[in-house]
Design a protein around this ligand. Structure first.
Ligand code: 13P
Length: 289
């Protein structure tokens, strides 16, 4: 059974570790991430962007795939299926399709509209027992073809959205989706502290978790970050392992062209990355009950 993320995130916040929210893009990624977290006894959130949802033939299909793969693999750790950067309409559609957690990202609206729409999605999600994430201040970089300038969230706006009863809050503190530029200034820890205080200790979400120096992520976790989103690092190891396999010529011999064989190195590489991250990076290994 898939669960809301409220309990796993609150436990992580109390225990000063973070839940990995790994984006899924196809069946291989779902298997790799679930098996990696099961091996390490770590709870996990599977993030689905609207673009990935379309790619996987719609939210209903994604929910069905995750449920069936979860049951077929005998996964016992808590798993939430979470809409990542949902639009207002997308969040409603994901709730209707059976997601157990949704993000409504209204950071591109003016603040009053973000607040009103966040309030509505929070009420709808909570009426069905689901967890909700909202966002204040854009996250830099490009995701699903949408580019936003890096922003630093306003602590007072964070406090207002936290006060609506959101379960966890994404706020820009200099983090960027995708690869970080060489001259990146790093995370703004003073702002993170301010936001954590202003929101009375609301669990915070760090988007753009790929490529941030690890000591910075770990410091952010000690300052109230309880969910770290990772997509690009999984993409990089998947592509790299697949490319190496093809370049080694294995697809030419011994049935290496069989898609199950072709995609195995990349799938295994994602599982290894997930296991390593939840153990050494997020500290969530061994936290499942
Ligand atoms: P990265 O692609 O930078 O890991 O970011 C993932 C993310 O924040 C998804 O919302």
């Amino acid at each position: 059974m898939l669960v809301s993320a409220t309990e796993m995130i609150n436990k992580a916040h109390d225990g000063h570790y973070a839940i990995g929210a790994f984006n899924i893009n196809n069946m291989e990624w779902i298997k790799a991430i679930l098996l990696g977290c099961e091996a390490k006894k770590s709870p996990v959130m599977l993030g689905v962007s609207e673009g990935a949802g379309k790619y996987m033939c719609g939210f209903d299909n994604v929910v069905g795939m995750v449920k069936h793969i979860h049951d077929n693999l005998g996964i016992t750790v808590p798993v939430a299926i979470h809409l990542d950067h949902g639009s207002y309409e997308g969040a409603k559609a994901a709730i209707a399709a059976g997601f157990t957690s949704v993000m409504f990202d209204g950071s591109h609206y003016d603040f009053e509209e973000n607040k009103a729409k966040s309030q509505e999605i929070i009420a709808l999600a909570h009426s069905k027992g689901l967890s909700v994430e909202c966002e204040v201040g854009g996250i830099g970089g490009t995701e699903d073809g949408v580019t936003s300038a890096g922003e630093q969230a306003d602590p007072q706006e964070c406090a207002t959205i936290a006060g609506l009863g959101v379960d966890f809050l994404a706020c820009g503190i200099g983090n960027i989706h995708g690869k970080y530029p060489a001259d990146w200034a790093g995370l703004n820890f003073d702002l993170l502290k301010e936001i954590q205080e202003a929101t009375n200790g609301k669990p915070l979400v760090l988007h753009g978790g790929s490529g941030i120096p690890r000591e910075q992520v770990q410091k952010a976790i000690t300052l109230g970050v309880s969910k770290v989103n990772v997509n690009t690092e999984c993409q990089l190891v998947f592509a790299d392992a697949t490319r190496k396999y093809i370049e080694a010529g294995k697809d030419q011999e011994g049935k290496g062209y069989d898609p199950r064989k072709l995609l195995k190195p990349g799938t295994d590489a994602i599982q290894a990355l997930v296991e390593e991250m939840v153990e050494n990076f997020f500290g969530s290994a061994g936290k499942a009950e």
